[in-house]
Write a protein that binds this ligand. Structure first.
Ligand code: MRU
Length: 346
């Protein structure tokens, strides 16, 4: 089964509802920037590249929705729509990258009619989606070469087809290695509290018959100590100019463990996820999500009533702990300021 995380049907955007997977597989339909922003905020769609693609379609949908307005109303409406999308989630830089790309297109065709602008923005959103899949395949090929035949690969969160327009970043590396004929098995961290590992990574791997073993997050050290992990591959939401990596909460813990056990720790990272405007990981905005996610699941609360709860959704892994950044332009071993500047052509 080909996983189409986002698809364009009858002039609407449809996205797989990732809040209810794997119990149910359903698409939700979107027809405005505000609706897409809400879909991103509530995690119908999640994962840095997928958020970027959704935001690009959000801009196109808003243009289609407003295309019969006067030029002035259209312009004001587009600004308002982009502003709502900008506020949907703070950590994944792909959101801001995609919105900037759409804004540049919008400004470039500002003198055209709203109908023409809407068509141009829609074409750009389609291109953002197609490009994401191409990039993931290139990254996958670059990363697959790093995994030996028979490798047992631990991953955290979901950096798969569901987190992108298709194929995936970290899981894309695994898919590409499998496609190249290597026998790869996956160890999926459950990824508390939103359970992207248990619900989404496990589901994706099961769909494709790639052997996968689910563990709770606190089992990773034990598995490494027993020699049951050959490599770690994760995705990322934002990489700072010095190579520090923001990713799902718990990634830092895995990176420290990997270093201690001498296990390579790779980060699959499309170029659009590198933020040259942020010097170090300390400046990356970290989303704090609702405490309800930690308190229990849906209506059931296991935490003691009255306890203080924190829910930072991401953490930062220092560049020193990263064995290599796997990008569509190649692998950057031991990333630092110089190697990232070179990668970005700066
Ligand atoms: O909160 P989420 O589910 O959006 O977090 C997703 C992650 O942390 C992924 O690892 C990251 O976005 C990379 S996805 C290719």
């Amino acid at each position: 089964m080909k996983i189409e995380t986002l698809r364009w049907i009858n002039n609407k955007l449809e996205m797989i509802d990732q809040r209810i997977l794997p119990a149910a597989f359903e698409y939700v339909s979107y027809d405005s920037a505000a609706a897409v922003a809400e879909g991103i905020r509530s995690m119908v769609v999640r994962g840095a590249p997928a958020i970027g693609v959704a935001a690009a379609y959000g801009v196109a949908l808003e243009a289609l929705r407003l295309q019969d307005k006067s030029a002035a109303d259209f312009k004001a409406g587009m600004e308002a729509g982009i502003s709502v999308l900008l506020q949907s989630r703070p950590t994944a830089v792909n959101l801001f990258w995609a919105l900037q790309r759409m804004r540049t297109v919008l400004e470039g065709v500002a003198t055209q009619t709203p109908q023409q602008i809407a068509q141009r923005l829609l074409a750009e959103a389609h291109e953002v989606l197609a490009e994401d899949i191409r990039i993931n395949k290139a990254m996958g090929a670059n990363g697959a070469a790093l995994l030996k035949d028979g490798a047992r690969v631990l991953t955290h969160c979901n950096a798969g087809a569901l987190a992108t327009a298709g194929w995936g970043t970290a899981l894309g590396v695994i898919r590409s290695a499998v496609e190249a004929g290597k026998k790869i098995s996956v160890i999926a961290d459950e990824t508390r509290p939103f359970l992207q590992g248990a619900r989404l990574t496990a589901w994706e791997m099961v769909q494709e018959n790639i052997p996968v073993t689910l563990i709770t997050d606190n089992m990773a050290g034990h598995m490494m100590a027993r020699g049951e992990v050959d490599a770690v591959v994760v995705g990322t939401d934002r990489v700072a100019a010095n190579g520090d990596v923001a990713n799902k909460i718990g990634t830092y813990m895995v990176a420290v463990l990997a270093q201690w056990h001498n296990i390579p720790f790779y980060v699959a990272c499309p170029i659009s996820t590198i933020d040259m405007n942020i010097a170090t990981g300390a400046d990356i905005p970290i989303e704090e999500r609702s405490v309800e996610e930690v308190k229990g699941f849906r209506d059931y609360h296991w935490a003691a009533e009255g306890v203080t709860i924190r829910n930072p959704a991401f953490d930062v892994t220092p560049a020193e702990l990263v064995t290599g950044l796997i990008t569509e332009r190649g692998v950057v071993l031991k990333p630092d300021v110089q190697s990232i500047r070179k990668l970005m052509g700066k």
